[in-house]
Every structure is written in structure tokens, then in C-alpha cells.
Design a protein around this ligand. Structure first.
Ligand SMILES: NC(=O)C1=CN([C@@H]2O[C@H](COP(=O)(O)OP(=O)(O)OC[C@H]3O[C@@H](n4cnc5c(N)ncnc54)[C@H](OP(=O)(O)O)[C@@H]3O)[C@@H](O)[C@H]2O)[C@@H](O)CC1
Ligand SMILES: [K+]
Length: 505
């Protein structure tokens, strides 16, 4: 799914009105009816609801929804923010319709009015501002937002929590943004919803399809995408009838050191469960029996060192190389990695964990990375590779620049993992859950990405598909137990089901 800036969404909205064609007010009616469907499914029949209405079309949506709900619910109150200006035409028409219906108490809030009473048991429907917000809220609108946030009521935001910008919130006043429990957002999630600092504002968000014109969506260009089932399914290749292990890729994983052999085992499992034909895992001597006993499907390549990686094997037989899980950052290991990169290998690579930490210490190695390299940092590792940042928005911009400048696919791990590609596109992942914040989950991802690279997936496709499957496997695992109890090994165990579920979708 494409993701757009709010200014672009306004253009798609306009195109839909002109080309479907549909009138402004009917499109608003369609949008409002999706809100009403959701609310009626989730609210008790006697739920008291307080609507807050702003001057634009976001307020118009709220007025239309209040009218539709007033046929079914009795406890609806509407407060209109009076900023001393005309409401938009469609909002005004909806105000007239609500007045004519005559089932709802409508009041105005201006600079002199007391703030309306909101009980903690109420539902607040936030229709103050949506995608037309042009600056941080101040004065009366900010006062109303703070009053709503302090009420303890359940807040349902229409399209965007009022006060939140669709993209960049670096200059925003965080106290003057609605803190919603649920955001019912039209057609596309907004880019700011995918950044960690905005989670307190959006709460959980639900996309409401309002049938914007497919031609406009197709024509409008954007660097931002959301990896849903459809995207991931298209990337997944079928296995040929005559497939054999010799033509499904031979992966080399360099992983593990004294005390960290588990990382090598987990990454090996992730790799073998992702459909690769053969896997050789290169480990220090002490890891030999650990590896062979825990994962007999993997072949072992043994380092000359007892304790750590120091020297890679001949790379000729391998289709892709993964390095990093449990590697440690000792000098000898660093020298080993440098020697390997200086071989000017032209094989796709995935670099994780201590591989990234070594790269951060030796930034001149970046130019030695082969084409089709994937780096998989979490925010801490990314800060070491680049520099610390103030917020997720800045990190995202930095990731996009880093991927372009260095010609690598950068997998910035977190909720909605962002995959920045050398072509300037950025793909947010839709699967996964907070249970994945557990030891070893990144090692499993490295293994999956390595397995896909070795099978011939391009680095960008491997990253988008691999991250999606990794999250999906974790989602399937927590369905059976819980986020708290999720082990990285549960992710590998559910990878088979994730592939099957994706194929069936
Ligand atoms: N896109 C779609 O597909 C569809 C969109 N729909 C809905 O329309 C919404 C967008 O509507 P919209 O463009 O009228 O903008 P909205 O946010 O309601 O308010 C703009 C008003 O607020 C004002 N204003 C701005 N900032 C301010 C501030 N800081 N402090 C004070 N005032 C401020 C601004 O005035 P100005 O900036 O000129 O001062 C203007 O008067 C969208 O979110 C969705 O809910 C659906 O109905 C149908 C399909
Ligand atoms: K809103």
C-alpha cells in the first residue's frame, strides 16, 4: 500500500470528487458512515458521546457522524469550536442537517465559555482538526485539547488526532495534541502514525476505506509504502517442481563466539526455515558440537580460533553471506571481517549485531560493502553507525539518506520496521508485536534474510518479505501463547505457518 503526505491525500480527495464523480458532501457522508459503523460495533447502546467539532471538513465528518448516530443513540452532545470564522461549506451543510434533525444538543465553545463537562465514562469523538492542520495548536484549540486529554474519557479521533501533523512533528507542542485511544483514519495510515514518538497520540489506529479513486492513488508518486499481505504475497516465489537443494542457494553464516553460540544457532534455524537449499555456519572451535547437536541440518565450518571468528572460509561455494549474530567485537574478529570485505566479494550480504558495531568503528569499510548488502540495525546500532537523533522522524530521514548514500538496504528495526532502499523508497512493515522485543529475535531475522538472499531474492525484496514473514511468524506464535512469553525460537517454529498463511492469502 502506498503512503502519502496529507497534502497529497487532499489531491487524491479532489481527484475522486471530480472523476468518480461524487460531490464533496457525499464523500463526507461516505467517510462518516465508516466511522459510524465502527462506533456502533464497539460502543454500548447507552454510551454517552461528546463530539468536538472544528471549522474544517474534519469537523464536517464529526457532524455527519453525530447525525447518523443520533438515530441509534440518545446520549449525544455536540460542541463546536468557535474561532470566529466560517466553517467549510460541507461542514456547514452538515451542521444544518444536524439542526434540522433536532435530536442533539449543539453548543459553541468560544474564548469566554467555560470548558464543557466531560466524564471519564464518556466517549469523546475528536473532530477538531484533521489533515488540514497547518500549524501547532495554540490558544483556545490548545485549551480544548488539554481539557479533553485531562478528562480520562475514551477518545476516538477522526482521521488524525487533532494537533498531530501527518508527517513532521519536530516543531509541534506535544501538550496540545489529542491523546486518542483509537484513531479511525481514512484510506491510508498517515506517516507520523508509524513513528514511535507519536504512539501516545494515535493509540491503536484503524484504516477506514472510503473508496478514494484508484487512478489517483496509482498516479500519485510517493517514496513511502506499507508492506501489507498483498505486497508480501507478490514477492514470495513459488518453489519449482524440480527444485533441489543445489539450486535453492547455499548460504554462509558467520556467527557465534564464546558465550554467544545461541545467536549462531537461532540465526541458522531462521535461515534453514526460510527455504534455503544448504547452509554452512562458520563458528569458532568451541561452537562445533553445540551447532551440530542443536541443528544437524546445518554444515559446520570451523574457525582456527577456539573462541571467536578470525578468518573466513573460501567464499566461492556460497550464494550469500550473513555475518554478525553473537560475533563479538574483539580486535582479531575485526581484522577477520576487514580481510573478508577486502576480498571485494560480489556476493549479497546481510550484516547484523556485532557486524554492525564493527562497521560503526570502521566507517571506511562502508565503501567495501558489496552491492545487495542489507544492514539490520536497531535504533542504538543505527545511532552508532551515524549519530544520535532527537526523534523517529529525524531517524527516518537519516536512514533514507544513509541507504541512498551508501547503496545499501537499511532495515531499521522497531515497531513498523522501516526498510530504506538505495532507490530512495521506504517500506514500513505491518506485521509483528511487542513480544518480539526479546533476546535472539534479531538473530532469527538475520537468518531469514540470509536464506532469502541465498535463494536469489534481490536485497530489497528479501528485506521487505523477510521482515514481513518474521513479524507474521511472531504474530502467529503469540496467538498460541502471549507476547510476554515469546521466545526467539518460537518465531522460527512458526515460520512454516507464516509461509503457508501468506500463500493462502
Ligand atoms: N482527504 C479525504 O479523502 C477526505 C477528508 N475528509 C476529512 O477532511 C479533513 C480535512 O479537512 P480540511 O482540509 O478542511 O482540514 P481540517 O483539518 O478539518 O481543518 C482545517 C481548518 O482548520 C484551520 N486550522 C488549521 N490549523 C489550525 C490551527 N493550528 N489552529 C487553528 N485553526 C487551524 C484551517 O484554517 P487556516 O489554516 O486557514 O487558519 C481550516 O479552517 C480530513 O482530515 C478528513 O477528516 C473527509 O470528509 C472526506 C474524505
Ligand atoms: K481529529
Amino acid at each position: 500500500m502506498k503512503l502519502f503526505a496529507t497534502s497529497q491525500i487532499a489531491g487524491i480527495d479532489k481527484y475522486t470528487i471530480e472523476h468518480e464523480p461524487i460531490s464533496d458532501i457525499d464523500l463526507m457522508e461516505r467517510a462518516a458512515s465508516t466511522l459510524v459503523d465502527w462506533i456502533l460495533h464497539h460502543a454500548e447502546p447507552d454510551q454517552h458521546m461528546v463530539f468536538f467539532v472544528g471549522p474544517g471538513n474534519n469537523g464536517g465528518d464529526a457532524l455527519a457522524a453525530a447525525r447518523m448516530l443520533a438515530w441509534a443513540l440518545s446520549g449525544i452532545e455536540v460542541y463546536i469550536l468557535d474561532l470566529g470564522k466560517e466553517m467549510s461549506d460541507s461542514a456547514n451543510s452538515n451542521l444544518e442537517r444536524l439542526q434540522q434533525q433536532n435530536r442533539t444538543r449543539i453548543s459553541y465553545i468560544d474564548a469566554d465559555s467555560p470548558m464543557p463537562e466531560i466524564k471519564s465514562t464518556d466517549w469523546v469523538i475528536d473532530g477538531l482538526f484533521g489533515s488540514g492542520l497547518s500549524r501547532p495548536l495554540k490558544g483556545l484549540p490548545a485549551k480544548v485539547v488539554k481539557h479533553i486529554n485531562a478528562s480520562g474519557a475514551t477518545v476516538v479521533a477522526i482521521d488524525i488526532p487533532s494537533g498531530l501533523m501527518g508527517e513532521d512533528n519536530r516543531e509541534n507542542d506535544r501538550d496540545a495534541i489529542i491523546r486518542a485511544d483509537v484513531t479511525l483514519t481514512f484510506q491510508f495510515p498517515k506517516i507520523s502514525f508509524l513513528l514511535p514518538e507519536n504512539d501516545p497520540f494515535t493509540g491503536s489506529w484503524v484504516v477506514q476505506d472510503i473508496g478514494l479513486h484508484p487512478d489517483a492513488i496509482e498516479k500519485t508518486e510517493t517514496p513511502f509504502f506499507y508492506t501489507d499481505h498483498q505486497v508480501a504475497r507478490k514477492l514470495l516465489k513459488d518453489r519449482r517442481t524440480f527444485a533441489h537443494k543445489g539450486n535453492l542457494g547455499h548460504a554462509l553464516l558467520i556467527a557465534g563466539s564464546y558465550g554467544k553460540m545461541g545467536a549462531a544457532v537461532l540465526a541458522s534455524r531462521g535461515c534453514l526455515r526460510s527455504g534455503v537449499g544448504l547452509l554452512t555456519t562458520h563458528v569458532p572451535r568451541l561452537g562445533y558440537s553445540i551447532l551440530q547437536n542443536s541443528i544437524p541440518e546445518a554444515m559446520a565450518s570451523i574457525d582456527q580460533s577456539d573462541l571467536m571468528f578470525t578468518q573466513n572460509p573460501d567464499l566461492a561455494p556460497f550464494n550469500a553471506i550473513g555475518i554478525g549474530p553473537g560475533l563479538d567485537t574483539k580486535c582479531n574478529t575485526g581484522r577477520g571481517v576487514q580481510r573478508m570485505l577486502e576480498e571485494e566479494l560480489k556476493k549479497p550480504m546481510v550484516i547484523d549485531a556485532d557486524g554492525l558495531n564493527l562497521l560503526a568503528r570502521n566507517p571506511e569499510w562502508l565503501k567495501l560493502l558489496p552491492p545487495e548488502t542489507i544492514l539490520t540495525p536497531h535504533p542504538g546500532e543505527f545511532a552508532r553507525l551515524t549519530h544520535p537523533v532527537e526523534c523517529g522522524y529525524e531517524r527516518l530521514q537519516l536512514a533514507i539518506d544513509f541507504a541512498k548514500d551508501n547503496g545499501v538496504v537499511l532495515v531499521l528495526k522497531g515497531a513498523y520496521t522501516a526498510i530504506a532502499c538505495p532507490d530512495g523508497t521506504c517500506w514500513f512493515n505491518s506485521t509483528g508485536n511487542p513480544g518480539m522485543a526479546t533476546a535472539g529475535s534479531g538473530d532469527v531475522l538475520t537468518g531469514i534474510l540470509l536464506g532469502l538472499l541465498a535463494q536469489g531474492y534481490a536485497a530489497k525484496d528479501a528485506a521487505i518479505l523477510g521482515v514481513f514473514l518474521h513479524g507474521m511468524a511472531a504474530d502467529l506464535a503469540v496467538e498460541e501463547s502471549s507476547q510476554e512469553a515469546l521466545l526467539a525460537g518460537d518465531i522460527t517454529q512458526h515460520l512454516g505457518l507464516a509461509f503457508a498463511t501468506l500463500k493462502d492469502s
